[in-house]
Write a protein that binds this ligand. Structure first.
Ligand code: G1P
Length: 272
């Protein structure tokens, strides 16, 4: 079945960005002149999705206002509500009615990708295999505990080729360094079979009280129903103020309209 819907979880409180997020949700903070959320909507459309469902909280009306004017001739943007902050797994289950009984993409707006190639590849992999397929990346061992961590078939060496697809055997959310199962982590792009909604009904809250999407993915992995793509895509982590600042500078430097001007100004500043 074709994948046509993208779900963007955007109900978080954005406490890392206070005081900015007193009035502006973090998903609407600008990367130069474009909200982070718009980058993710554009990526969904470029990957062939025709529907975007933003999961938001009624405490963030500006996300709804943005969604109301974000539809184009390619993509229809709507919202679903997550009124209690019960975690990523809960956010995804709040989109169940809007998604319906069909596969969908989950795109975390804390991560901006250089292009839509990974999402496209995950959609192709799902359409070929019928299995949920998620974005993966190798990181330094010290970084593993900030992410969902996976063990893949064939051992660590097998995923050496960039953009190769792998079968996922085990999934653990943010393991302590001693409990890490590899140096491969989950990045914020997931193409999921609607079966994940059934798994999300079965999982229990983790230690911090949140329902983790990773725990539902672990159930799919146990049924040999989870694949991944180990990617080397350009990726900006905009979930922290420093990550957002770096994304603004790098994305602005790449733009034809303002890049040369910014480059000249930075050179002048650092040559003093
Ligand atoms: C979430 C997921 C984690 C994943 C990460 C990617 O964590 O729970 O498995 O690796 O996104 O960004 P968060 O960063 O929201 O805590």
């Amino acid at each position: 079945m074709a994948v046509r819907t993208a779900v963007i979880p955007a109900a978080g409180m954005g406490t890392r960005f206070l005081p900015a997020t007193r009035a502006t949700p973090k998903e609407l903070l600008p990367i130069y002149d474009t909200p982070a959320l718009q980058f993710v909507i554009d990526e969904a459309a470029q990957a062939g999705c025709t529907r975007v469902v933003i999961v938001t909280s009624r405490a963030k009306p500006s996300i709804e206002n943005y969604a109301a004017v974000a539809s184009t001739d390619k993509v229809a943007v709507s919202v679903a509500y997550q009124d209690s902050p019960l975690g990523l797994g809960h956010a995804v289950s709040c989109a169940r009615q809007a998604v319906g009984d069909e596969p969908f993409v989950v795109m975390l707006p804390d991560e901006i990708m250089g292009d839509a190639s990974l999402t496209k590849q995950l959609i192709e992999l799902f359409e070929k295999s019928g299995k949920s397929s998620i974005g993966l990346k190798r990181v330094a061992p010290a970084e593993v505990s900030s992410y969902g961590n996976v063990k893949v078939a064939g051992g660590a060496g097998v995923a050496g080729d960039a953009n190769s697809s792998v079968e996922i055997l085990q999934v653990v959310e943010k393991p302590k360094p001693a409990d890490a199962v590899s140096d491969i982590v989950i990045i914020g792009r997931y193409v999921l079979s609607p079966k994940v909604f059934e798994k999300l009904e079965l999982i229990k809250p983790s230690n911090n009280g949140e329902l983790q999407l990773t725990d539902a993915l672990a159930m799919l992995a146990n049924e040999q129903a989870l694949l991944g793509v180990v990617s080397e895509i350009t990726r900006y982590d905009t979930g922290t103020p420093m990550g957002l600042l770096r994304a603004v500078i790098e994305i602005a430097l790449d733009r034809k309209d303002i890049g040369p001007q910014l480059n000249a100004w930075l050179r002048e500043k650092f040559n003093k």
